[in-house]
Write a protein that binds this ligand. Structure first.
Ligand SMILES: Cc1cc2nc3c(=O)[nH]c(=O)nc-3n(C[C@H](O)[C@H](O)[C@H](O)COP(=O)(O)O)c2cc1C
Length: 211
């Protein structure tokens, strides 16, 4: 029900009745719907360094304030320190009783985003654009991810000998979760929750986003 609602809204907004043109691959809306923050991954699928390179590679084609391109990326696989990164990040703080990720579903690949200059609002905008672009690329490749800001910056920098301060950790892997969007009214709880094994993410209705 939840996903359908948003798909219908997208169609109404974007014009489902327009003549269809043949397209190859995914639409942006399909990628956006599949791009859910994922906190459980299939261990059987091992993300390779090459896949992380393809994902981070989108950052050669994204906007950047004053085109300064200050972001740098450390790609971390199982062999190059994923367990260490995992020990320094916190996932799913809104559901503390679950202690996510569940044992056996931990992410084993990460992209750590650093900045060559001190963090400022423009760097943070670049960071957001880079993060979402990489996540959409991951989804296009059949993977999913999670932006993590709850991590120990000092210890991560030291442990991985990062030459610049880390601003964000992005987990990447093959999703083991079922996630659904669910529409809410402004003022209702926006906290994500789990019921019967499904992770629900409330999103404010489009009608209430326009002002
Ligand atoms: C800037 C930013 C920081 C985030 N930090 C964390 C984090 O530290 N841990 C976590 O589990 N999720 C984190 N998330 C994921 C959000 O919880 C998630 O985007 C939100 O619940 C909505 O779910 P959705 O991404 O599937 O729409 C972060 C997301 C963003 C955009």
């Amino acid at each position: 029900m939840a996903d359908n609602y948003l798909e219908k809204r997208y169609e109404e907004t974007l014009g489902a009745n327009k003549p269809k043109v043949k397209r190859i691959g995914h639409t942006v809306d399909e990628l956006l719907l599949k791009n859910r923050s994922t906190r459980g991954y299939k261990k059987a699928y091992v993300v390779s360094r090459h896949e992380l390179e393809r994902i981070a590679g989108v950052c050669t084609r994204i906007p950047s304030a004053r085109n300064q391109q200050v972001l740098r990326f450390r790609l971390v696989t199982k062999e190059s320190g994923a367990d260490l990164v995992l020990s320094l990040v916190k996932m799913g703080a809104a559901l503390p009783e679950l202690h996510l990720p569940f044992p056996g579903t931990e992410p084993e690949a990460f992209i750590i985003v650093c900045s060559t200059v001190a963090e400022n609002p423009m760097v943070d905008i670049d960071l957001g654009i880079a993060a979402q672009s990489m996540l959409l690329k991951a989804v296009e490749m059949g993977l999913n991810g999670l932006i993590v800001e709850a991590f120990n910056r000092d210890r991560l920098r030291e442990a991985l000998s990062l030459p610049y301060p880390p601003l964000m950790v992005i987990a990447i892997g093959k999703s083991a979760e079922t996630i659904a969007l669910t529409p809410i009214d402004q003022g209702e709880s926006q906290a994500y929750y789990r019921r019967d094994g499904i992770h629900y993410v409330p999103k404010v209705r489009f009608e209430q986003l326009t002002i």
